[in-house]
Design a protein around this ligand. Structure first.
Ligand SMILES: Nc1ncnc2c1ncn2[C@@H]1O[C@H](COP(=O)(O)OP(=O)(O)OP(=O)(O)O)[C@@H](O)[C@H]1O
Ligand SMILES: [Mg+2]
Length: 225
């Protein structure tokens, strides 16, 4: 089943929107528009009746998250009350280890089976420690943990969008893109006197899509092409 991304041209590039359930990684360096793309999709989905959740992994205070969101025209306070759950994982939860993060996500998100969830940003999981030993997770353990987590979202029929602090030049070396069904890269490039924003779909498992770099803009209405 396809659910619209609610980012107009992106739905065309994806030939109808995101596949649900599936996991989507929005990758790029800082300021490329990852959070914007995700919250635009989330709020428009909520306006169309979907139950949604946004989870900040950066321990950001709720009012700061809301202040940033409210600069966009798609933001709606009523949706926050009824359709969009806003969560912020504290550093304490992350510090307690992989089990603690799973418990938190299970209690606060998975149990409620929302249809669309944003995790902003997934890289924080690189900092988690083993629940049983005081050491960071080995790469293979992290991969196993994330794969199980993505599987849980999939079984609950959730469309999961996660942002990844991964510059375009590092994407192939990173472990993250290999774990997600769809990868969308956001980038900024400078020419003589201007900076341009680009979006590129890198992969979508089980589907074709329109390849190439597509220039976009960020305005108060969110991402437009
Ligand atoms: N209301 C707005 N109107 C126009 N442009 C905006 C607005 N809000 C944000 N922007 C632009 O979006 C950019 C940041 O987008 P966003 O926060 O989505 O990036 P990001 O990739 O999530 O960054 P980070 O990695 O730092 O979290 C800002 O630098 C700004 O140029
Ligand atoms: Mg962001």
């Amino acid at each position: 089943m396809r659910n619209p991304s609610y980012v107009t041209k992106l739905d065309e590039l994806l030939q109808g929107g995101f596949i649900r359930p599936s996991s989507i990684l929005i990758a790029g360096s800082c300021g490329t528009g990852k959070t914007n793309l995700c919250v635009q999709s989330l709020f428009n989905a909520a306006r169309n009746g979907e139950e949604c959740a946004y989870i900040s992994m950066l321990s950001e205070p709720r009012n700061k998250i809301l202040r940033t969101l409210s600069s966009f025209t798609f933001y709606d306070e009523e949706l926050i009350k009824e359709k969009v759950k806003i969560l912020s994982i504290s550093t304490d939860v992350v510090a307690k280890g992989d089990f603690s993060i799973f418990e938190y996500l299970n209690e606060n998100i998975l149990k409620h089976k929302p249809s669309r969830v944003v995790i902003d940003t997934i890289n924080i999981l690189e900092d988690i420690e083993s629940t049983f030993e005081e050491r960071p997770l080995y790469r293979c353990e992290l991969r196993g943990f994330v794969q199980n987590l993505l599987q849980e979202f999939d079984e609950k029929n959730i469309l999961l969008m996660a942002t990844g602090e991964i510059p375009a030049s590092d994407l192939k070396k990173s472990l993250w893109p290999y774990m997600f069904d769809t990868v969308i890269e956001l980038d900024m490039e400078n020419d003589a006197d201007e900076t341009h924003r680009y979006l590129q779909i890198i992969k979508e498992r089980g589907s074709s899509f329109v390849m190439g770099k597509h220039r976009f803009y960020i305005t108060r209405n969110g991402i437009t092409f």
